[in-house]
Ligand binder design. Structure first.
Ligand code: ATP
Ligand code: SF4
Ligand code: MG
Length: 341
């Protein structure tokens, strides 16, 4: 007799966030320059997805597309963003208020530009609590101090009365995280949350994110160009290049058996993916948006390119369990002809 465990029969949990074919573009002349092209990924509750790629690969615009804040004149030109299965396209501004800050919190790379310089940190947290109808007045300020304590801010009641310029870089980033968590979101999007910080403070902020994630069962979309951060923090990874996700996989598999030539190049250029390692060591640069090849964006830099690569965009091929790579080298027809996968 076989024993059936509940997990054998329970339907798989739907993703908290499902991004499907997201396209973000800027107007240029009579047409559009596509900065994010057909980006798809899932994030489940309690999971960290590392979105990694060189500068200009489209990471931040992907995040802005998810929260419906693509900077004008850019706009989302295609695809869907589903939160718990609900399509966010077409939400009214009022409905977005119930999503941004409430279901999805975000932390930006440079806290000085994201924090309001003329209000104290405590007031800014209290404002978020009030906007979402969670607390007002004195209670909101008390909860603000408790949130600052949660993010391990030294002297939380003093910090609540401080203006952003009175705090150190690390403390400002903690304040940003407290603001992002004030609405008790299910998903936190952190765009390069440690890039502007020195190495010791970086490690402290990453530890804090890990702790908060476990304590609050948060899902985390962690945007970075630091492979060391990905190795330490992510459960799954999506590698972006030229506006597309070129490889997705579990983090261990990605580091053990990277399949896309771009990912392989990245990992070869930073042995062990050590913390602080930056993605700059592959020859050449990411093509400008108006000079992207019609096919695979990596063609000009790829040592393994095939005749079709420049003109024909490769689809995502399944190359392992929950592992996909967008490269013509995996094409079954080619493998059938005895050529190297
Ligand atoms: N407002 C804008 N107008 C025109 N092009 C833009 C605008 N914002 C971004 N882009 C272009 O879109 C592309 C993707 O930008 P994005 O900011 O998403 O990159 P990123 O991966 O976040 O880079 P970084 O690591 O430097 O933050 C880049 O080529 C960038 O030049
Ligand atoms: S599709 Fe072609 S150019 Fe692109 S990564 Fe694969 S081999 Fe290189
Ligand atoms: Mg960015």
């Amino acid at each position: 007799m076989t024993t059936t465990f509940p997990s054998d029969t329970a339907p798989p949990q739907p993703p908290l966030l499902a991004v499907r074919g997201l396209d973000v573009a800027f107007p240029r002349g009579a047409g559009w320059l596509h900065a994010v092209r057909g980006v798809s990924f899932d994030i489940h509750r309690g999971e960290t997805l590392g979105l990694v790629g060189e500068s200009g690969s489209g990471k931040s615009l992907t995040a802005f597309g998810v929260i419906g804040l693509v900077p004008a004149p850019g706009r989302t030109t295609g695809g869907a963003v589903l939160l718990d299965g609900r399509d966010l396209a077409g939400l009214s501004e009022l409905e977005w208020c119930g999503v941004r800050g409430r279901r999805i919190g975000f932390v930006f790379q440079e806290p000085m530009t994201a924090l309001d310089p003329v209000h104290t940190v405590g007031t800014q947290i209290a404002e978020v609590l009030a906007v979402h109808g969670l607390a007002r007045g004195r209670e909101a300020l008390e909860r603000a101090i408790a949130l600052l304590d949660d993010v391990a801010m030294p002297e939380p009641s003093l910090a609540a009365r401080a203006y952003p310029h009175q705090l150190s870089g690390g403390m400002r980033q903690r304040a940003m995280i407290a603001i992002a968590l004030a609405g008790d979101p299910d998903l936190l999007i952190a765009d390069e949350p440690t890039t502007a910080l020195d190495v010791t403070v970086q490690a402290q902020i990453l530890d804090l994110l890990r702790l908060l994630k476990a304590r609050r069962r948060l899902a985390l979309l962690l945007i970075t160009h630091d492979l060391g951060v990905v190795a330490q923090m992510a459960d799954r990874v999506a590698v972006m290049y030229g506006g597309r996700v070129v490889e997705t996989s579990g983090v261990r598999e990605l580091f053990a058996t990277p399949r896309h030539p771009y990912t392989r190049g990245l990992l070869e250029s930073v042995p062990g993916g050590s913390a602080g390692a930056r993605l700059v060591a592959i020859d050449g640069v990411v093509p400008a948006l108006d000079a992207m090849p019609a096919g695979c964006a990596f063609t000009p830099r790829c040592g393994e390119r095939l005749a079709r690569c420049g003109d024909d965009p490769p689809p995502a091929f399944d190359v392992g369990a929950a592992h996909q790579s967008r490269c013509w080298l995996h094409d079954a027809a080619r493998v059938d002809r005895g050529l190297r996968p």
